[in-house]
Ligand binder design. Structure first.
Ligand SMILES: Nc1nc2c(ncn2[C@@H]2O[C@H](COP(=O)(O)OP(=O)(O)O)[C@@H](O)[C@H]2O)c(=O)[nH]1
Ligand SMILES: [Mg+2]
Length: 321
């Protein structure tokens, strides 16, 4: 555990970050990941310098090829002259960044290509939830000057929706099943994607899945999600996918959709932070921490019901529920 960063060094870290320094980016993300008090100041300093990166979320079941696709996309966008950041929530994701890299420390500092920064987030406890920490890390890469930031999450339930509400472009990755099975989409998956990918087409059997998706997907706000066939290992379809992401980015700019998404995301993040602050306030060993304990004892003794206790704790005393 390194010594806690002082006030000066947070300022210094952010200054170097804004000049594109990857080491500072890594350190700042660690502060966020460990939920250090300095992270709040760092994020406040970083925030005015964000909003330029296009954030692309990839979601889909484990093993479908998200990491492989991102590896290919990184190269595709680098060759288009873009700088790229990657935040992966799944720490087992095999990212190369252009070279074979093993552990997290080396992943955070790929060093191979100054235009690529890859970071995997640990999935241990965050007071504000993993999604909050992940997208704060995205902000660090945004401020560093990344043109695009890819976010990979394991497609388990809630996280898919969380990605969709925060990314500019949500890419849903599926793959054809082999054998005689009827492939059904997970509930909600048809509503969240801006781009659909059918990966592993080298294994065949993809036509039914593509037709199925095509049949079910509908236009939303004038955007019909395209379905892209890819074979990530061979690099097939990657240019089409990169093109679809660029096209969606352009659509967001021209339709006013980008602003709409930013506002929706801001609402979500304000609420999350309110929740985090409240939890912190009532559970810390402060005056309200003691009040919390007393109220808990009242509820346990059936002197008070939990709803009334919550209202009391918030000090409102109002009838708001
Ligand atoms: N045959 C085939 N295998 C692939 C393809 N894309 C990824 N894989 C393999 O599928 C496995 C899971 O890939 P990975 O990118 O880690 O999936 P993730 O869990 O969604 O990130 C790995 O063994 C990859 O090599 C593809 O297009 N075709
Ligand atoms: Mg992965």
């Amino acid at each position: 555990m390194p010594a806690k960063a002082s006030r000066d060094s947070v300022e210094g870290l952010v200054d170097s970050l804004l000049k594109g320094d990857k080491r500072s980016a890594g350190k700042l993300i660690s502060l966020i990941e460990d939920d250090e008090p300095e992270a709040v100041e760092a994020l406040a300093r970083i925030f005015p310098h964000t909003g330029r990166a296009h954030v692309v979320g990839l979601t889909g079941p484990p093993g479908v090829g998200k990491s492989s696709l991102i590896n290919r996309l990184v190269r595709a966008f680098r060759s288009r002259g873009k700088t790229v950041g990657v935040v992966a929530v799944d720490p087992t994701s095999p990212y190369t960044g252009g070279a074979v890299l093993g552990d997290r420390i080396r992943m955070a500092d790929t060093g191979v290509d100054p235009g690529v920064f890859i970071r995997s987030m640990a999935t241990r406890g965050h007071a504000g939830g993993l999604a909050l920490a992940t997208f704060d890390a995205v902000r660090v890469l945004d401020a560093m000057g990344s043109d695009l930031v890819f976010v990979e999450t394991v497609g388990a339930g809630q996280s898919e929706v969380e990605i969709a509400s925060r990314a500019h472009t949500t890419v849903v990755v599926e793959m054809p099943l082999t054998g005689d099975v009827v492939q059904t989409m997970k509930a909600g998956i048809l509503e969240i994607g801006d781009v659909y990918v059918v990966n592993k087409v080298d294994l065949g059997n993809e036509d039914v899945l593509v037709a199925n998706l095509k049949f079910q997907l509908e236009a939303r706000d004038g955007w019909t999600p395209p379905i892209i066939r890819t074979a990530a290992l061979e690099g097939r379809g990657i240019d089409d996918l990169a093109g679809a992401i660029e096209k969606h980015a352009l659509y967001l700019d021209q339709s006013g959709g980008r602003r709409k998404r930013e506002v929706a995301r801001a609402r979500l993040e304000i609420l999350e932070n309110v929740q985090r602050l409240l939890v912190r306030r009532v559970s810390e060993g402060s005056r309200s921490g003691r009040a919390f304990q007393n109220l808990a004892e009242d509820v346990a003794a059936r002197r008070l019901d939990p709803h009334a206790a919550a209202r009391k704790l918030l000090g409102s005393g109002s009838t708001a529920r």
